[in-house]
Design a protein around this ligand. Structure first.
Ligand code: PRT
Ligand code: ZN
Length: 226
C-alpha cells in the first residue's frame, strides 16, 4: 500500500481584488470549499486539499518557503517579493503553472496633471512614492534615472498633494483613481495578471497526481471564459 500523501495546500487572498475570482476558479475545478467561516484554513470536502486564506503579500513567501504547495497571486506582488528576497539572499524559487485571466492591471508612474512631462528624464532628482520599491528601482536603473523612492503601503495616490512626493508609482486599471487625484499616467513599468504558482521541489507522488488532474480543468475554465 502506498504511503498516504499530505493534503495539498493552496494559498489564496482572503479578501480583496483577487479573492472572488480565485475562489471561483477553484470551485469551477470541482473543489467543494466551505468558506463561510472566517477561518485561516478551509478544508476541501471532496479532495485532499486545504485552502489557506491570507494577505496577498504573504502568498509568494509561503510558496517560496515551501509552507504552501500552490498559490494564486498577482505577478506584481510576486515579482516585488522575488526581487526583495534576492536582495535579502532568501529563497525565491517558484514555478508558474498558469497565467490566469483575472487581476489584470499595470504598475505605472504618474505625475501631476499640470506637469510638463517630457519622458523618463523628467523624473531625475524627483521623489516617487510607491508600494513597489524594488520594481520601481529596477525600472529607474534600467532607464538611467536618479530618483528618490519613498515607500508607502497605502494612500499612495495622495502623496503628491500631501507634499510627500513629486510623483507616484502605483497600480492602475481604469485610471479613475489617478484622474480623481489630479494625476496622469506617465510610464507603464510593469503589466500584471494573477498567476498560479507551485513551490519548487514538490515530490509527493499523490500531490503531483492531484495537480496533474487539476491543471486541464484550470485550462478548461480559462478557455470557457475567453
Ligand atoms: O489585504 P491584502 O493585502 O490581501 O490586499 P491588498 O489591499 O494589498 O490588495 P488588493 O486586494 O487591492 O489587490 C490585490 C491585487 O489585485 C493586486 O496586487 C493586483 O495584482 C490586482 N489588481 C488589479 C489591483 C487593481 N487591479 C487595482 N486597480 N490592485 C489594486 N488596484 C488599485 C490601485 O492600487 C489603485 O488604488 O485600484 C486603484 C486604481 O484603480 P483604477 O481603476 O481607478 O485605475
Ligand atoms: Zn496586500
Amino acid at each position: 500500500p502506498a504511503i498516504e500523501s499530505k493534503r495539498l495546500r493552496i494559498a489564496m487572498q482572503k479578501s480583496g481584488r483577487l479573492s472572488v475570482d480565485s475562489q471561483a476558479l477553484l470551485s469551477s475545478c470541482g473543489l467543494k470549499i466551505n468558506l463561510r467561516e472566517q477561518r485561516l484554513i478551509a478544508h476541501v470536502e471532496n479532495m485532499p486539499i486545504d485552502i489557506l486564506r491570507v494577505r496577498d503579500d504573504d502568498i509568494p513567501g509561503l510558496v517560496m518557503d515551501g509552507v504552501c504547495d500552490l498559490g494564486i497571486i498577482g505577478e506584481n506582488v510576486l515579482e516585488e517579493v522575488s526581487l526583495q528576497r534576492q536582495l535579502d539572499q532568501e529563497n525565491f524559487d517558484y514555478e508558474v503553472l498558469a497565467r490566469l485571466d483575472f487581476g489584470g492591471c499595470r504598475l505605472s508612474i504618474a505625475v501631476p496633471q499640470e506637469e510638463n512631462y517630457q519622458g523618463v528624464q523628467s523624473l531625475d532628482g524627483k521623489t516617487i512614492a510607491t508600494t513597489y520599491p524594488r520594481l520601481l528601482a529596477r525600472f529607474l536603473k534600467q532607464q538611467g534615472v536618479n530618483a528618490r523612492i519613498v515607500m508607502l503601503t497605502g494612500s499612495v495616490e495622495v502623496a503628491p498633494r500631501a507634499g510627500l512626493a513629486d510623483a507616484i508609482c502605483d497600480l492602475v486599471s481604469t485610471g479613475a483613481t489617478l484622474e480623481a487625484n489630479g494625476l496622469k499616467e506617465a510610464e507603464v513599468i510593469y503589466r500584471s495578471k494573477a498567476v498560479l504558482i507551485q513551490r519548487k521541489g514538490l515530490t509527493d507522488a499523490g500531490q503531483l497526481k492531484l495537480i496533474r488532474k487539476l491543471m486541464p480543468r484550470i485550462q478548461g475554465v480559462m478557455q470557457a471564459n475567453e
